[in-house]
Write a new protein. Sequence first.
Length: 276
Amino acid sequence: MPELPEVETVRRGLNDLVLNKQISSVDVYYDKMIIGDVQKFKDTLAGKVIETVDRRGKYLLLRFSGDVTVISHLRMEGKYYVKSKDEPLDKHTHVVFNFVDGTTLRYNDTRKFGRMELVKTGMEVNNSGIKKLGPEPTVDTFKVDDFYQALQKKKKVIKTALLDQTIVTGLGNIYVDEVLWMSKIHPQTPAKNLSYDEAKKLHDNIIKELNMAIEAGGTTIRSYTDAFRNEGGFQFSLKVYQKTGEPCQRCQTPIERIVVGQRGTHFCPKCQILKP
Ligand SMILES: [Zn+2]
């Protein structure tokens, strides 16, 4: 599943490839992919120009002329490709934005879980998924004091609390395991038991890790590829995720795998002690 660094990589790719292109028409081959009226989706976008592509959490926000935004969530396997209109359609292509210049932006999704929704620009904040998102993991928006206070109010263990996106957005299963290892925090530690110093260390590592992953173009596990079909390079920097049995890079203890909140979880049993 693409996490924030992968979605950010897609956003940057789209900004390089489709900016200022004008849509001639839109083809939808799987109606359920569009939330709301499919005909209205097609009719509204015809003639519009892509002005920029933004992102909030793992939601891509394709901004069009006329104050129109398409909220696009890739879910498990969604991918965008830019191709000439003459290239044959892949059987997993479900939405095609045709541009007047003869190129197309194609949305592929082998599992069909991705969704697109057309809204008036600015109204994306009312989207049920976007509405509950915590701050973006940047120095400007993500503050230690707020983070610590939010953890104090959580009844969940830290791994689950970080995955729910309300305290800080953008951490999925891979990066949660990584930042907890970096911060020497056991994934089953109750969130409210973290000290201020632990919360600060975790906060700093979340910003550092996600930015490093973005710079590396994301992580390729299974099928993720960005809009250029390049593979992300961050899988080579992972310390614990899917490293079960391999030595911890700090203390050489074999990495263990447990299940936390139904998610496979990797940690070092020596560096990340569960305090009583
Ligand atoms: Zn260790």
